[in-house]
Design a protein. Structure first.
Length: 329
């Protein structure tokens, strides 16, 4: 058995190889079928137009060999990169903010200690690439600078694109456009979206919302890492990548679909909790097991389980939740 997965992550001691092998042999059939369809769709071109067909294809998963290309195109990162030639390298060559650089350096060894490609001994060592992407981004978006969590996101982008500049522009697409105000110093967008999830749970899984209220558990305690890290280190790598496929195309509502599906699928299990620490433990448990390992069936569930979830509904909830947070100061 391979102790390291294809992305460089070491598997934990208690990794269940047998059920993973069983899942992957089934998933491989799906991947092979999708790869053929994607090759036909792309026809050797380096572009793809947004359409109902492309959206359907993305929901069924982008083969890894096309992932970087499709993410770049559908997120708008490709256009931005082409319109700003040399910009990324100018950021790296320019004057640096000492505090920003120090904050990023501090987090280098904390980023994926379980990934062999990010070790200082690796050749090439991806820490150097990660450092460049984060430093460039901090100087590009001064309102955000650098915030913990961004290192994990940039790290994943580097593993998939294997390209420093593309990772920078994808990070810009996520932080600048797709995720509203998650990483600014006040993190207002992030706090808002956690409250929005609470409201959606009230509507779609009321018993769980009632349990949370009864025990005074704030949503931020159980789901903040889901939002900050976009499920990195919370769900299996293959599943995270499938979620990101949709995130780059359909935007931030995908995060709510994933969160609601996890909660809805484990409703009975969560409702067994009888106190505050118990609830927190249950939320850690629901991100493990066959439901999330079987990424293909899980992704089908996120589009059916939560029912309809329009951007209009989310935006309306965001407005009311943001106002409430601002009034609380």
């Amino acid at each position: 058995f391979c102790r390291v997965d294809p992305y460089g992550f070491e598997r934990p001691e208690d990794f269940d190889y047998a059920s993973y092998e069983a899942f992957f042999s089934r998933y491989l059939v799906v991947l092979t079928r999708r790869a053929v369809k994607w090759s036909k769709l792309l026809k050797g071109r380096n572009s793809v137009q947004k359409s109902v067909k492309v959206k359907r294809y993305i929901r069924k998963g982008i083969p890894n060999e096309h992932r970087a290309l499709v993410w770049m195109v559908v997120s708008g990162a490709q256009t931005n990169m082409e319109q700003n030639p040399g910009y990324y390298h100018r950021l790296l060559e320019g004057e640096k903010n000492y505090e920003l650089v120090e904050a990023i350096k501090t987090d280098m060894n904390r980023t994926f200690p379980d990934n062999v490609k990010f070790r200082k001994t690796a050749d090439p060592c991806l820490q150097h690439t990660l450092y460049n992407v984060l430093v460039a981004y901090g100087h590009h978006n001064k309102a955000v600078g650098y915030c913990q969590g961004m290192n994990f996101i940039a790290g994943y982008l580097i593993l998939i694109t294997k390209n420093e500049e593309e990772s920078f522009w994808l990070l810009d697409a996520l932080i600048g456009r797709i995720l509203p105000d998650y990483y600014s110093p006040a993190m207002l967008g992030l706090k808002t979206d956690q409250e929005v999830l609470g409201e959606l749970v009230k509507m779609k899984v009321p018993a769980v919302a009632e349990l949370m209220e009864r025990h005074g558990v704030m949503w931020t305690l159980v789901v903040s890492r889901w939002f900050i890290c976009l499920f990195i280190d919370i769900l299996p790598v293959e599943t995270v990548l499938r979620i990101w496929d949709c995130l780059f195309y359909e935007g931030s509502k995908i995060i709510f679909r994933v969160a609601l599906t996890l909660i809805k699928q484990h409703q009975a299990f969560i409702l067994e909790a009888t106190n505050f620490p118990d609830i927190c433990d249950k939320f850690k448990e629901i991100t493990k097991g066959p439901l999330v390992t079987e990424c293909h069936s899980f992704m089908q569930k996120i589009f059916t389980d939560p029912g309809s979830l329009s951007m209009a509904t989310i935006n309306k909830l965001r407005e009311t939740c943001r106002e409430k947070l601002l009034s609380q100061g």
